[in-house]
Design a binder for this molecule. Structure first.
Ligand code: MTE
Ligand code: MO
Length: 201
């Protein structure tokens, strides 16, 4: 019998992993739930995803239409402003590039909106070019309601509050308008690598 068990030290964070953890963050293997209100339960029959605002013809997809679009399987690291980072999370969703394909707009900002009234604002450029998805699967399973199911925004390069759960669409805007947490003093942009947690960071 070896005198030392190697089983009780948790998973070691190797150097490669450490490089993927932004400043002030720690790695968790759980998936904490952070919701500012109750979990909405919109029936899929009445669910739509909309693009509205600065667009000639608003666009809308039913659940069936959205999930019939080409989707991506993405493996990404996610970073919550409350300091947890979760590495290698696996999602499936429709790229915003697919949804914005052919959309002609002068807008430079978007306000994502969700069932329950949550909103979050982002530059339009931050949801283009393979940076954002409307995600409906997590870990090969339908996305659980607590984590934003049936679908949530996934914008992994920004703090996770930008990844609106229960997302129902985006509003294309000429001017930037703070969303829910941004109004309560969170940073307007939220780059985890620059530790942009709160206004003024
Ligand atoms: N609609 C909605 N989306 C939301 C939130 C929320 O309260 N409501 N919380 C945000 C915050 S602060 C974080 S960290 C993540 C948490 O996602 P999770 O509960 O799946 O971990 O969702 C973000 N999206
Ligand atoms: Mo968060």
């Amino acid at each position: 019998m070896p005198p030392i068990s190697h089983g009780f030290h948790g998973r070691r964070t190797d150097a490669g992993e450490r490089d993927r953890v932004p400043p002030g963050q720690y790695v968790t293997h759980d998936f904490p739930v952070l919701s500012a209100g109750p979990t909405p339960h919109t029936p899929l029959e009445s669910w739509t995803f909309q693009i509205r605002g600065e667009i000639d013809q608003p666009k809308s997809w039913t659940w069936e239409e959205l999930t019939a679009l080409p989707s991506d399987r993405v493996t990404v690291d996610i970073h919550c402003v409350t300091k947890w980072t979760k590495l290698d999370t696996v999602w499936r969703g429709v790229s915003l590039d697919t949804l914005l394909d052919g959309v002609d707009t002068s807008a430079e900002y978007v306000l994502a909106f969700s069932d329950g009234g949550y909103t979050t604002n982002l530059p339009l450029a931050d949801i283009r070019d393979g940076k954002a998805w409307v995600a409906y699967e997590f870990g090969e399973e339908p996305l659980e309601p607590e984590h934003g199911g049936p679908a949530r925004l996934l914008v992994p390069h920004l703090y996770f509050w930008k990844s609106a759960k229960w997302v129902r669409g985006i509003e294309l805007r000429a001017n930037d308008e703070p969303g829910f947490w941004e109004m309560y003093g969170y940073n307007n942009y939220g780059d985890p690598w620059k530790e942009q947690r709160y206004a003024g960071d």
